[in-house]
Design a protein around this ligand. Structure first.
Ligand code: ZN
Length: 129
C-alpha cells in the first residue's frame, strides 16, 4: 500500500482529480480519457477539496528515514462526500481513529529533508468534528 501511495506524489498532495464533462463522473487519480464516454468525453482537472469518512485505515509504526515522518502515523482510505475514494494521512491520536469517522482536508507540513532543509507541504486529513 505505501509504495503506491507515494508514487503519484504531486496528485496525492494536491488532491487533484479529473471530471468528465460529458457524464460528470469524477476520477481520482485523474485520467485523460473517460472510460465510459471515450471520444465523446471531455476531461477537466478539478480539486477534490472535500470532507469525507474513513472507510479503512492502517497505523504505520515504522518508516523510511527519507520521509522523516513521526511514527506512529495513520494512513486511511477516505471516501469523500463527492464519492471519490482516496488514500491520505489522517492526523489524530491512533487510539481515536475509527471507521466512519468524519474527516476534513488541511494543508500541513509533510516532512523535511534533513540535509537540504527542504520542507514538504501537502494535504492531510484531520477529524472534522
Ligand atoms: Zn464520461
Amino acid at each position: 500500500m505505501l509504495p503506491r501511495f507515494w508514487r503519484k506524489i504531486k496528485y496525492r498532495y494536491n488532491l487533484i482529480g479529473s471530471k468528465c464533462k460529458n457524464c460528470e463522473t469524477l476520477y481520482y487519480p485523474p485520467r485523460n480519457i473517460c472510460p465510459k464516454c471515450r471520444r465523446r468525453g471531455e476531461m477537466e482537472e478539478l480539486e477534490l477539496w472535500d470532507e469525507g469518512r474513513v472507510i479503512s485505515y492502517t497505523i504505520v509504526h515504522e518508516t523510511s528515514d527519507d520521509f522523516k515522518l513521526n511514527v506512529p502515523y495513520i494512513i486511511a482510505l477516505i471516501k469523500l462526500e463527492n464519492g471519490v475514494i482516496i488514500t491520505s494521512q489522517v492526523v489524530c491520536n491512533p487510539s481515536e481513529i475509527k471507521i466512519g469517522m468524519k474527516v476534513k482536508p488541511v494543508f500541513r507540513k509533510y516532512g523535511e529533508d534533513g540535509e537540504d532543509g527542504v520542507i514538504y507541504y501537502g494535504t492531510k486529513f484531520v477529524p472534522a468534528d
